[in-house]
Design a protein around this ligand. Structure first.
Ligand code: FAD
Length: 380
């Protein structure tokens, strides 16, 4: 039987980053991934690296993550850091298309300032057009976080995986965890390719993490959804910042190659059991129409591809990060509710701090698994 001191369930960005940080703490983790690393949300997302318009509870974590994004070299080394294709400091902008949305931007910035956060600013129509020359007349201004940017999600997840492997982490792909039992000697982890033993377990199971938690009798009201994206053929460079809608479903960015990645909340059809998610053409039209309204230049674009990915959703749209409430030596990090990629470089280090020191310097009380007590969580 294989024995180790740490098993991480899930080979998404959070599982790879957690294993990497546990290895930096001297452990020899094994990552168990039922498919392949980056196969699900972490590899297929929009790559948005965004502090903008985050839930207030997530802001300290998101700011700490941004510090890591800006120093990926330190964690990954220059080659793997470059492979992430992170571009920061270009800004993400929430575009306001009505007076009500401009009022919302003012209120949001005032609220953030009252909490001591000055990273968001309201911008008027003139500044918006300076930053985004192609914006249509309906765009009245908006809210910006100038530090934000984007990265390549698949290559970033692979970079974290490769760095973890360099540090001695073992990745077992096509290995599904089917059961967990705790005894005096630690955890027995049943998989479809054998049994392993480990001192600790970290549940980074993404949309399936609630199933992993249920294996130890801990129940979370985690649901799931399918976010969708489409990509255009190459276009002449016309925009640097990432733009998102406020009340309208819109999100897009232009890549270095010239293609435009369009998303923003249009949902596809998820199938958790089949582990697939499909786009629905009729719904994608709504997304395309919003983009055309805001950026007429995109009427010339051709959509070449669309896809969807499965993501966990918590009722309060913030993640679960912290120790199990029903078992010792098991930690959860899941439920990122559509915006966990940006948090990728930090959550693993928070988990490693919790494992090694029992606490994190970054405030994480809002993410406690205890907020969904085992008694009130809704078992599926
Ligand atoms: C289309 C789309 C666009 C998005 N855009 C953005 C964005 O622009 N910016 C942003 O910040 N976030 C974005 N997100 C969200 C982001 O991708 C996720 O929050 C993040 O990737 C979650 O990472 P994870 O490691 O928790 O989950 P995942 O990447 O889903 O990894 C979990 C892994 O656990 C494995 N697993 C589960 N159960 C088991 C088991 N029993 N045994 C073995 N393995 C198991 C799964 O196979 C999976 O690979 C987007 C998501 C989608 C789908």
């Amino acid at each position: 039987m294989t024995a180790t001191n740490a098993i991480v369930i899930g080979g998404g960005i959070h599982g790879c980053c957690t294993a990497l940080h546990l290895a930096l703490r001297g452990m020899r983790p094994i990552v168990l991934e039922k498919n392949t690393v980056g196969r699900h949300a972490s590899g297929v997302n929009a790559g948005g690296v965004r502090q903008l318009m985050r839930h207030a509870a997530e802001v300290p974590l998101s700011m700490a993550a941004m510090d890591r994004w800006e120093r990926l070299d330190d964690l990954l080394g220059p080659k793997l850091a470059k492979d992430c294709e992170f571009i920061g400091g270009i800004g993400q902008i929430g575009i306001a298309a009505s007076e009500a949305e401009m009022d919302w931007c003012q209120t949001r910035v005032a609220e953030m300032r009252s909490l001591g956060h000055a990273f968001e600013e309201v911008i008027d129509a003139k500044e918006l057009r300076r930053l985004v020359p192609g914006a249509a007349d309906i765009c009245r201004g908006g809210i910006i976080s100038r530090r934000d940017g984007h990265a390549n999600p698949f290559r970033t997840t692979q970079s974290f995986r490769l760095r973890a492997e360099q540090l001695g982490v073992r990745i077992m792909e096509r290995t599904r965890v089917t059961g967990l039992e705790q005894g005096d000697g630690g955890w027995t982890v049943m998989t479809d390719s054998g049994v392993l033993r480990s001192d600790i377990v970290v549940n980074c199971g993404g949309a399936w993490a609630w199933q992993v938690a249920a294996m130890i009798g801990e129940h979370f009201p985690s649901t799931h959804f399918a976010s969708t994206l489409m990509v255009t053929s190459r276009m002449p460079h016309f925009i640097d910042p990432v733009v998102i809608g406020i009340d309208r479903v819109l999100s897009f960015k232009q890549t270095e190659a010239g293609t435009v990645v369009i998303g923003g909340g249009i949902l596809g059809d998820p199938d958790l059991n089949a582990e697939t998610a499909d786009t629905v053409a009729d719904r994608m039209v709504v997304s395309a129409q919003t983009v055309y309204d805001f950026f007429p230049i995109l009427r010339r674009a051709t959509i070449v591809r669309s896809w969807a990915g499965l993501e966990a959703l918590m009722p309060d749209v913030i993640p679960v990060i912290g120790p199990s409430q029903v078992a010792r030596n098991l930690w959860h990090a899941f439920g990122f509710s559509g915006h966990g990629f940006q948090l990728g470089p930090i959550v693993g280090s928070v988990i490693a701090d919790l494992v090694a020191d029992g606490q994190s310097a970054i405030p994480i009380a809002a993410f406690s698994p205890a907020r969904f007590s085992a008694a009130t969580g809704t078992p599926r």
